[in-house]
Design a protein around this ligand. Structure first.
Ligand SMILES: *Cc1c(COP(=O)(O)O)cnc(C)c1O
Length: 360
């Protein structure tokens, strides 16, 4: 059978210029033994919990649609987070929440964030043709509160997106700085992305309670070790949640994800035990490389850290030759020479430390 070639010059004229202008998400998967490039958990979901998932999945009907808005899970998450279930919005990964938050308050308006920032905020703003405004971080990576306030006053309200801990620096800001911004952003939807909050021990739910125009984004992809399951949620006030929910496609959380999350939320202790190990390992790596002449591990409150070297290209290739993949960040504002490295298992971290000690 021959496959018919598409007609030559079939220019898809209907594609919006904003979408054409944006390059595809820049990520290439590299198959090496030690994977420290995506800030994932180095540990899989515990085997006995997987077995429990398989038992429950066997009872599910795959021919039936799942819960329309994942209401049963919203109750479970609400109980776990001490948050009204009416303020929980669940999607396949918090990346989807960033897209629909941009639809909620960014389109034809403004997305304000920092530079550097988590790439998805700026990517969605560009794809959806929102006015994207990025303010450089302070030299110590703290939030440029005064400059952000200037931009808040200057632009049509929209989305203010801030990660805490910040990505990709791992910096955590003070409550006072965040309060100052929230006071100035009362007409904006303020996204506090807490993807890594278990590692910093911070929790901005109190701020969201005080400022109902704010919301906290959380994910099962990092501390919970469930990146493959695709689940994230927003904790918001009822009005933001109700409007955000309208933008979530129906039946967005499938029965497999639903079943895994049910089991995970019944056993959060597995996750908490891993956090402590990650923090010990982060400190151990930091100490082991403290006197290194050719690399500087930058402080971080997350399960990853930035490492600055005189030549990111060389450092990246050197680690790859040792079977370790990291993420280059040296193309980003203020991050010259930087790679981003996730904390791995103790054995992986040993290999990483040894490889870096051999980097001259
Ligand atoms: C990893 C990450 C997320 C999580 O994305 P998912 O779609 O839930 O996997 C969200 N925000 C930041 C800043 C992240 O680094």
């Amino acid at each position: 059978m021959t496959v018919q070639e598409p007609a030559a010059h079939a220019e898809p004229a209907g594609i919006r210029p904003a979408v054409r202008a944006v390059p595809a998400y820049p990520f290439t998967s590299i198959d090496v033994p030690i994977k420290l490039d995506q800030n994932e958990s180095p540990y899989d979901f515990p085997e006995e919990l997987k077995q429990e998932v398989y038992r429950r999945l066997a009872e599910r009907d795959f021919n039936r649609y799942p819960d329309l808005h994942a209401d049963a899970l919203k109750h479970l998450i609400g109980r776990y987070e001490d948050w009204p279930h009416t303020g929980v919005v669940l999607t396949p990964g918090s990346n989807v929440l960033i897209k629909i938050l941009t639809e909620l308050a960014g389109i034809e308006q403004t997305v304000l964030t920092t530079n550097p920032t988590f790439s998805v905020y700026s990517l969605e703003a560009q794809l959806l043709d929102a006015t994207l405004v990025q303010v450089p971080l302070n030299p110590d990576f703290s939030l440029p509160a005064a400059a952000l306030k200037t931009e808040l006053a200057r632009h049509k309200p929209g989305v203010l997106a801030i990660a805490q801990p910040h990505a990709p620096t791992g910096h955590i800001d003070t409550d006072a700085d965040l309060l100052e911004l929230l006071e100035a952003a009362r007409d904006w939807v303020v996204v506090i992305d807490e993807a890594y909050h278990q590692f910093s021990g911070t929790d901005r739910r109190d701020l969201v309670r005080r400022y109902p125009n704010a919301l906290s984004l959380r994910t099962f992809s990092k501390a919970w070790g469930l990146a493959g399951i695709r689940a994230g949620y927003a904790l918001a006030g009822p009005e933001v949640a109700e409007n955000l929910q309208k933008l979530v496609s129906a039946f967005n959380v499938n029965v497999m994800t639903e079943t895994v999350l049910e089991v995970a939320l019944e056993h959060p202790e597995y996750m908490k035990a891993r956090i402590e190990q990650c923090l010990r390992e982060r400190a151990r790596i930091q100490a082991a490389l403290a006197d290194h002449p050719n690399c500087q591990v930058l402080p971080s409150q997350a399960n990853f850290f930035l490492m600055r070297t005189p030549n990111a290209d060389l450092a990246y290739a050197h680690l790859l030759a040792h079977g370790i993949v990291t993420r280059r960040q040296d193309n980003l504002h203020m991050l010259q020479g930087c790679l981003r490295v996730a904390v791995g298992t103790p054995q992986e971290n040993d290999r990483f430390i040894a490889a870096m000690k051999a980097f001259h």
